[in-house]
Ligand binder design. Sequence first.
Ligand code: NAD
Length: 316
Amino acid sequence: MYEGKTTRVSLIGTGFVGTSYAFSLLNQEVVNELVLIDVNKEKTEGEARDLNHGLPFGTPMKIWAGNYEDCREADIVVIAAGANQGPGETRLDLIDKNTSIFKKIVSDVMETNFNGIFIVATNPVDILTYATWKFSGLPKERVIGSGTILDTARFRFLLGDYFNVDSRNVHAYILGEHGDTELPIWSHATIGSRPVLSLIENNESAKAELDSLFEDVRDAAYHIINRKGATYYGIAMGLVRLTKAILRNENSILTVSTYLEGEYGLNDIYIGVPAIVNKTGIREIIELDLNQMEKEKLHHSANTLKQAMQQVSLNK
Ligand code: NAD
């Protein structure tokens, strides 16, 4: 599908997350064309100029401030537009504002006959990915939310730091809502094939430390927002990772927000689980054999999302 052809990403929303993603795309040589779209056209033009001035130090690509028409030829539309969390605000607090913004954005994109893959980053990401799927009418495989890609990265980073091992050799997932009810899957967390739980067996203080390590993962956004107002570098790199998995047909396993139809005993919901990602979008959902407590926590997380979704209309 993509071999030898020009690849294009249209990015909607050029705030902190969007522009960090754009900068990271440019540095990682992922795509031939990048279109920047935002209600704040002037800022987008400034961002395009600034990014273009980096090209002599990088690899040729076309970057411009565009409009929705430019989504017609896009392989991927990434949405990072909308309100972000203020101090003390949860992700679910953003639901009304961002759902109505999405209704307009997704219909503007679909009017161009866009026929690629959506990646959604705006919060609450699981609900807005569901909304994008509903509003767009695209197959579920082609609407993907960043889900717990960032939370999983935070988890791997902190575990790598704790055990003093390269985080790339840590295999551990965060599942569930990208938010307060997310959960760590300790039963399948491994480092160099050794289960993390076996590394801390009979060590009560290490167990308490790992519980608090997970709390740091779950509350990371609050800690960062209190200090610098927003989080963006980590998610930007996660979005690039996802973009590469699609454009390069990588069949990579990533924890993304994807539509469940019976997997994990859940139905009609977008939520973060591991999935194989390639040029078709979601190739396959990986269903882990969770222990009873993990299953209950995942269901609690799904119920929280479903309840929050009842407050908004997700019809076209
Ligand atoms: P920001 O305020 O810096 O940027 C948002 C941008 O959206 C602005 O440039 C604004 O002009 C634009 N926008 C608003 N309404 C629009 C519309 N109708 N059409 C086009 N553009 C519009 O915010 P940010 O820090 O970049 O965060 C963006 C979103 O990403 C927030 O919802 C935030 O919570 C979310 N986020 C998600 C993750 C994740 O892991 N998924 C991590 C960090 C932030």
